[in-house]
Design a protein around this ligand. Structure first.
Ligand code: NAP
Length: 492
């Protein structure tokens, strides 16, 4: 069943939610930018196209507020972040509805993202109290060495469209916990959730001015200007690898501390001894969460020969049965992709794979009508030279190949410059751990398709990034270590 239209009651509530999104307090703009609903193509709001001068003004305001915030106690920052958590949960409906309208995330998944995003705030409210540091004797004696972890300073946070709330709180919460001010630049496709989230931070007690939101139609002019400003001490980016590389180059000129959460090309390995039902559940979760638009989505599904036919049959049936439609319906499991460019890119990847010999088991086409929809698609026996094997798919299209031996599968899995997530499905603990240790990825899911957890260090190796978010490492990304050496002599 396909739902073409939004549920009228949810639609009405979403209009009220959109009205709760605040206008920018920064006035220097060069016109407005429209924000569209990807499920209908309809424009739902406009945001300011801030000028570079406004971005630099925001840097000044957040830097000044940040200097005061850095002097507050860890307990105070923790209390404020706990209040923010409560405020976000209290407003979960508005946040989920706005997110669903601007991004196309099915409403149930949007509720899930609000909880996940708020969980980062609660986690870093707790971590704020454990800022670290040490006190120890110098190895040769005669001195005491003290290390302190303090706030790195003004942080520029650039976020993507696929998780408009969680990618913002995963950066904002540790920045504030550490004692930093922040300038946030959300993706132009999905800025409304960020505006609403930051308003709720302020209502919960975050000082006005500490977080500035900049929206711009000229992202490269923004980053060139702000990363050349000596007041900026940190840049944290989540997005594509080429943009991450460009930002690192700019940050390098001013020696700005950088964290980069970049693209992936996740391999997912299924061995003959895997539990079929558990595997299909895990692959659906990994591949289809957010319509396949996640950086940790299974991009290359590698199946051992003995289980391949049974897996393909069961997985294809599940993919073909997913309920597609307007995300403002609680039954919908697959919403639109983010824009028409995504539809065109997916169609190109599918056509290229089929032309080179892939077996199209279900789906394969853009859906006509309003909005930007693509069918849930299964491509089997995809040849190695198909573009889809080296490209981040970022949509509801699965690419499957068969393998004979573990050695062959590992070689294929690691044959990429990316290294964000990997997955292994097997009932053998030895095999699971051996494969997990051999995969060149920052994270591995074993018999499960969902890796993200606020308590885990999220991040990649190779060209998938530098730095970690969440866990205690996530706080350290916004801190600098300082060291004092105290000469000691006996006083008795
Ligand atoms: P993107 O095109 O790289 O954009 C991400 C953000 O960077 C947006 O806010 C974008 O602004 C901004 N941006 C683009 N060019 C910029 C520049 N020259 N200077 C400063 N900012 C710039 O990526 P996307 O399409 O939004 O997101 C999808 C990508 O993100 C995928 O590759 C995915 O794997 C990756 N991702 C990674 C993680 C992770 O944790 N590793 C998580 C989620 C997503 P505009 O919107 O204005 O262009």
């Amino acid at each position: 069943m396909a739902y073409e239209h939004a549920n009228p009651e949810l639609l009405a509530r979403s209009i009220t939610a959109l009205e709760a999104v605040p206008a920018s307090k920064l006035t220097g703009t060069q016109g407005d930018i429209g924000v569209d609903d990807p499920a209908t193509g309809e424009q739902i709001a406009t945001i300011p196209n801030h000028t570079v001068e406004t971005a630099l003004e925001a840097v000044g305001l957040a830097d000044a507020a940040g200097k005061l915030w850095a002097k507050t106690t860890p307990r105070h920052r923790s209390d404020v972040l706990h209040a923010v958590y409560a405020k976000l949960i209290e407003n979960r409906e508005n946040l989920a509805l706005v997110m669903s309208r601007e991004m196309g995330k099915p409403i149930n998944e949007a509720y899930g993202e609000v909880q996940y995003a708020a969980d980062y705030v609660r986690w870093f409210a707790e971590e704020a109290l454990r800022a670290g540091g040490s006190y120890r004797e110098a190895p040769a004696g005669g001195a005491t060495m003290i290390t302190l972890r303090g706030p790195v300073g003004l942080s520029v946070l650039i976020t993507p469209w696929n998780f408009p709330m969680a990618m913002a709180t995963r950066k904002l919460a540790p920045a504030l916990a550490a004692g930093c001010g922040a300038v946030v630049k959300p993706a132009t496709l999905t800025p409304l959730t960020t505006y609403l989230t930051v308003k709720l931070f302020e209502e919960a007690g975050v000082p006005e001015g500490l977080i500035q939101v900049i929206t711009t139609g000229s992202a490269s002019a923004f980053s060139s200007a702000v990363l050349a400003d000596e007041r900026v001490r940190k840049v944290s980016f989540t997005g594509s690898t080429p943009v991450g590389a460009a930002l690192m180059e700019l940050a390098g000129k001013n020696i700005i501390k950088s964290s980069m959460e970049l693209g992936g090309n996740a391999p997912l390995l299924i061995f003959d001894d895997a539990d079929l039902e558990r595997t299909i559940d895990g692959v659906i979760l990994s591949k289809m969460r957010n319509g396949g638009q996640t950086c940790v989505s299974a991009n290359r599904i590698l199946v051992q020969e003995g289980i391949a036919d049974a897996f393909l049959e069961g997985f294809t049936e599940r993919m073909a049965g997913l309920v597609r439609g307007n995300p403002l319906n609680t039954e919908v499991e697959l919403g639109p992709v983010v824009d028409h460019r995504a539809v065109e890119r997916l169609q190109h990847l599918v056509d290229d794979a089929v032309a080179k010999g892939a077996d199209l088991r279900t789906g394969g086409s853009a859906v006509s009508g309003p909005g930007h929809f693509f069918e849930a698609t299964v491509l089997a026996d995809v040849p190695a030279d198909a573009e889809i094997t080296t490209t981040e798919i970022f949509g509801p299209v699965s690419s499957i190949t068969r393998f004979k031996t573990q050695e062959e599968a590992i070689a294929q899995a690691n044959d990429t410059c990316f290294g964000l997530a990997g997955y292994v499905f097997t009932e053998s603990l030895d095999r699971a751990l051996n494969v997990a240790e051999t995969l060149e990825t920052g994270m591995v899911g074993i018999n499960q398709g969902m890796l993200s957890n606020v308590a885990a260090p999220f991040g990649g190796v190779k060209q998938s990034g530098i730095g970690r978010e969440g866990s205690s490492e996530g706080l350290e990304e916004y801190q600098e270590v300082r060291y004092f050496n105290v000469t000691r002599r006996e006083t008795y």
